[in-house]
Design a protein around this ligand. Structure first.
Ligand code: SAM
Ligand code: ASE
Length: 346
């Protein structure tokens, strides 16, 4: 495409302009259960049948389904009786609730929480911080009191964040040989999606999920099967309480929540508790050093502005923090997926 064509019809701008319409179509189809119904029915269905089964209007449903076809989230076949819709491979694998790789809960967290936070992006950029007070009337200065403003919101967060590890947890855990580390703490381990990947790859290790008490209770009851004895739990606040001694600490999507001073405070505490020869595995999405991307990571960094107190960082920024806390031999491994791994040694 020549540059004059670009300016005559700036397709890229229209695409960006419509970006959130695309998101909302996918979220709505997930929320209404379109993909689950088509999985269960095992045969293509008409829009009238789908509307009826899902308790929706025929008028609205036909347009939603057609937009999903345009997005390649559904396939369509025109028969003499009319149009019949079916799942595509991608919707079957990632958008149905029951699939082992389901991103349904991630979609719902985007639709119900992140979408609302991004309504205040302008204000967040102006003020340089999240807008929980304006958006939700939350006055707490404590980040996770704002993020977990109700039990329901905390559970949505846990489900939403856990979903990605079924897709890229293995890559992150396999980025380095972690077999020498048998006593592992996943600090801020949340619902335990990464801890599960860790014990499946390293059967001789035990992993303890360390998180705030109310998170640990839900992780124990709803996410980790009780027969899974190689995953244990510890309730605590990693800023206020002691961090237990271990061979390896995992910090997955924890440092990106916090500004540099808090990261250094946490890493210094972790370094002091770490056994000699032990290490820390930082799992984050990494920005390019030359600031050219990846776009997804740049967008996530804005999300840390509207939803948290931190930002996404470049490998050199994580290295600096780790070295300042005392760690050495910092190694960075890009996985090719959204989350990457950095290992530091004591
Ligand atoms: N590591 C998980 C993952 O990547 O899916 C969860 C990441 S989530 C962004 C951050 C986690 O840190 C949450 O589970 C949160 O409850 C936990 N957390 C926040 N503040 C904490 C604190 N002061 N002490 C312990 N855990 C904390
Ligand atoms: C956090 C991670 C996330 C805090 C809030 C969050 C995610 C969504 N909301 O530590 C997961 C990463 N995705 C994005 C869009 O940032």
């Amino acid at each position: 495409m020549s540059s004059t064509e670009d300016l005559d019809y700036p397709q890229i701008l229209f695409q960006y302009n419509n970006g959130f319409l695309v998101s909302k179509v996918m979220f709505t189809a997930c929320e209404l259960g379109v993909f689950d119904l088509l999985l269960e029915s095992e045969e293509p269905l008409s829009s009238d049948a789908i509307a009826e089964r899902l308790g929706a209007s025929t008028n609205g449903m036909e347009r939603l389904l057609d937009a999903c076809v345009g997005l390649r989230l559904l396939g369509v076949e025109i028969k003499s009786e009319g149009a019949f819709y079916r799942n595509t491979e991608i919707s079957k694998l990632y958008l149905t609730k029951s699939s082992p790789k389901s991103q349904y809960h991630n979609m719902m967290y985007y639709s119900k929480t992140i979408y609302l936070c991004w309504h205040y992006l302008t204000e967040a950029v102006r003020d340089g911080r999240n807008q929980y007070e304006q958006a939700f009337g939350v006055s707490s200065k404590d980040l996770f009191e704002a993020l977990y403003r109700s039990e329901e919101e905390m559970i949505k967060f846990m489900y939403g964040l856990n979903a990605i590890w079924s897709i890229c947890g293995k890559d992150v855990i396999a980025a380095f040989d972690l077999s020498p580390f048998t006593l592992i703490y996943d600090l801020g381990g949340g619902a335990g999606g990464l801890a599960k990947e860790c014990i499946s790859l390293y059967p001789n290790s035990t992993v303890t999920i360390y998180d705030l008490p109310k998170v640990v209770q839900v992780a124990k009851e709803s996410f980790i099967p009780p027969e899974e004895h190689r995953i244990t739990f510890q309730e605590g606040d990693f800023f206020k309480d002691p961090v237990p001694e271990a061979d390896l600490y995992i910090l997955a999507r924890v440092l990106h929540d916090w500004a540099d001073d808090k990261c250094l405070q946490l890493l210094t505490k972790v370094y002091k508790s770490c056994k000699p020869g032990g290490g820390v595995l930082v799992v984050e999405t990494l920005l390019n050093e030359d600031k050219t991307g990846p776009l997804e990571t740049q967008l996530y960094s804005l999300n840390m502005l509207v939803q948290a107190e931190g930002k996404e960082r470049m490998p050199t920024e994580y290295s600096k923090l780790l070295i300042a806390a005392g760690f050495r031999e910092i190694q960075v491994k890009k996985t090719g997926k959204i989350y990457d791994a950095i290992l530091g040694r004591k």
